[in-house]
Design a protein. Structure first.
Length: 283
């Protein structure tokens, strides 16, 4: 009986640990001088409510990025920064990823991101085979509303795209990849990007990732995909859950919270049935 009770406790603890795992997400506001993007109480409210249900804890940083500020952080989010990163911040972010941290960058098109900011972000990303290009993307046959809201359905087979058929973004910049970087979402035959670096078709990459060991980088060419106005469109919300679960190195986090609690109930029920059977055998 004691042995059985011990097993029951272990099962319950492991299930609770599965559902209540916490990861810390750092939202950089130091480079958001407009104080607009990614605020858990503002434009990012819906996203961070969703992440909270998955066990993520959000933390806002209004200081320059450094080795010290990145300690204990699981995921760093740069959400459309509008002033450049300093060299020490670039070095800190590269070191952070190489040491096993996860970095998410939500970029923007050539009209909404100034050159010095894009250049500084690309100095980080060049270490991981990704570059934000100077352009903006449209798709004449797959869009919703204006010509600047392409619907992207050409998705790679990856856990980030599990249960996702399409995502919608506002005029995303396309990405250039090389080396070990992987395209997660790209255009189709008539997608095109215009600007200083025009490109078309499946060469238009909208989401790209890099992974080495536990270090991970994800880049999305649009800052609007996860804001309150767009996260509920198409499969953006599931895409967000999958992406943060991947960045958090735990695919179980992508499961809906109700499913995790259901798992707890089922585990308790199974253990209870086994307990009743054990008593019956003794009798």
């Amino acid at each position: 009986m004691k042995k059985f009770s011990f097993i029951l406790i272990l099962l319950l603890l492991s299930t609770l640990n599965f559902s209540l795992a916490e990861k810390t997400v750092l939202i950089d506001k130091y480079h958001d001088t407009d104080n607009w993007w990614g605020d858990p109480e503002g434009t990012g409210r819906v996203l961070f409510q969703e992440l909270s249900s998955m066990g993520f804890v959000s933390k806002i940083s209004t200081m320059p990025l450094s080795d010290e500020s990145l300690k204990g952080i699981d995921i760093v989010v740069l959400w459309n920064p509008n002033n450049p990163l300093g060299q020490s911040e670039i070095d800190a972010l590269v070191k952070y990823v190489n040491n096993g941290g996860s970095l998410l960058i939500l970029g923007s098109n050539d009209m909404d991101m100034i050159d010095p900011t894009r250049d500084s972000i690309n100095l980080v990303l060049k270490n991981f085979g990704i570059r934000i290009m100077k352009n903006g993307t449209d798709d004449p046959t797959n869009r919703k509303g204006c010509s600047c809201t392409p619907i992207i359905h050409n998705l790679a087979k990856h856990s980030i795209n599990e249960g996702v058929n399409s995502i919608i973004l506002y005029k995303p910049a396309s990405l250039e990849i090389k080396g070990d970087a992987i395209a997660i979402a790209r255009g189709d035959n008539d997608t095109f990007s215009i600007g200083s670096e025009p490109i078309g078709g499946e060469n238009v990459i909208i989401v790209a990732i890099y992974e080495k060991g536990n270090g991970k980088v994800a880049v999305i060419g649009s800052s609007f995909i996860f804001d309150n106005g767009k996260i509920g469109d198409m499969d953006n919300k599931q895409f967000a859950r999958n992406l943060f679960a991947w960045l958090g190195n735990d695919s179980s986090l992508a499961l809906p919270s109700w499913l995790l609690y259901l798992g707890i109930v089922i585990t308790i029920f199974i253990v209870y049935i086994l307990y009743l059977k054990k008593i019956g055998i003794k009798k």
